[in-house]
Ligand binder design. Structure first.
Ligand code: BTN
Length: 283
């Protein structure tokens, strides 16, 4: 039996289950068959919370260790990049944050974010038939619509030790989106027509992420990332010093910047902010 078939045959929760909501993910379920050594060795699960990124930052002050996982069934104040809100309804997504101590994983914040995108993209491809791709730097998309967003933030504990909070939101079984998001967002349920079990997907993302973060030679990472990146060889638009610019995204630098070939022949390195890619999110 391959991995996809194994997941389809997973036992359903039984009737003796005492949880108020039998679909809620528990710590024990995440821990069983988890293949990581560092990530999610300490797990915090919530039915509802403002934002798992904010909770991770609060728990850092209480001494939460490196690799801690914060997962919520629902976020009431889910945060996206550039100050946006991130829709995180109850029971249908994977809304979680991982606390990372950079010196133990030997990575910069920009590469951690890119690696998280690759980990999610490959986990989705492994467990479903969805042809997931990455929109630089780290949105995961299927057929031009976003299925996962990643928000990475820095924080410090009471000893002023720096941590990275890596927040990942995957639209797993979201049945529909509000009108204004319908053109731009999708879920694995909408793409496959099937409910996708969330725990194996979470475990696979964590496993792949840990492998990428602890592998000190990044050679394969860049090849794999570029092969799955939809932004490359496409027309992209962005702004610099309030000036709108456009060109062809031709490569990614070792620091994770998008290298864009402008019409005047020059190449500029774009490091963050909003880059629109032709053909993605209805652009
Ligand atoms: C984006 O696409 O703009 C980033 C979205 C990041 C969403 C995740 S869900 C878990 C974590 N907690 C948050 O408040 N945000 C991130």
């Amino acid at each position: 039996m391959n991995r996809k078939e194994e997941i389809q045959n997973l036992p359903r929760k039984n009737s003796g289950d005492t949880r108020t909501n039998p679909n809620e993910i528990t710590r024990q379920e995440i821990e069983s068959e988890l293949k990581t050594n560092i990530l999610a060795r300490n797990i915090y699960c919530y039915s509802s919370i403002d934002s798992t990124n904010d909770e991770a930052k609060r728990q850092t002050l209480n001494g939460a260790p490196n690799g801690s996982l914060f997962l919520a069934e629902q976020q009431t104040g889910g945060k996206g990049r550039l100050g946006r809100k991130f829709l995180s309804p109850a029971g249908v997504g994977l809304w979680f944050s991982v606390l990372l101590r950079p010196e133990q994983i030997a990575d910069e914040i920009s590469t951690v974010t890119l690696k998280a995108g690759l980990a999610v993209c490959k986990a989705i491809r492994d467990l479903t038939d969805c042809p997931a791709k990455i929109k630089w730097p780290n949105d995961v998309v299927i057929g031009g619509k976003k299925v996962c967003g990643i928000l990475t933030e820095m924080t410090a504990d009471s000893n002023q030790t720096n941590f990275i909070v890596l927040g990942i939101g995957i639209n797993v079984n979201v049945p529909s989106f509000p009108e204004e998001l319908r053109e731009k967002a999708t879920s694995l349920l909408l793409e496959t027509g099937e409910n996708i079990p969330r725990i194996p997907l979470l475990q696979e993302v964590l496993f792949r992420l840990e492998k990428l973060l602890t592998n000190h030679t990044d050679e394969n990472f860049w090849d794999e990332y570029k092969a799955l990146c939809v932004s490359l060889n496409r027309k992209v638009k962005f702004s610099r010093n309030n000036l709108p610019l456009e060109g062809i995204a031709e490569d990614i630098s070792p620091d994770g910047e998008l290298l864009v070939h402008l019409e005047d022949g020059s190449v500029v390195a774009v490091c963050s902010g909003e880059v629109t890619v032709q053909g993605i999110y209805g652009q």
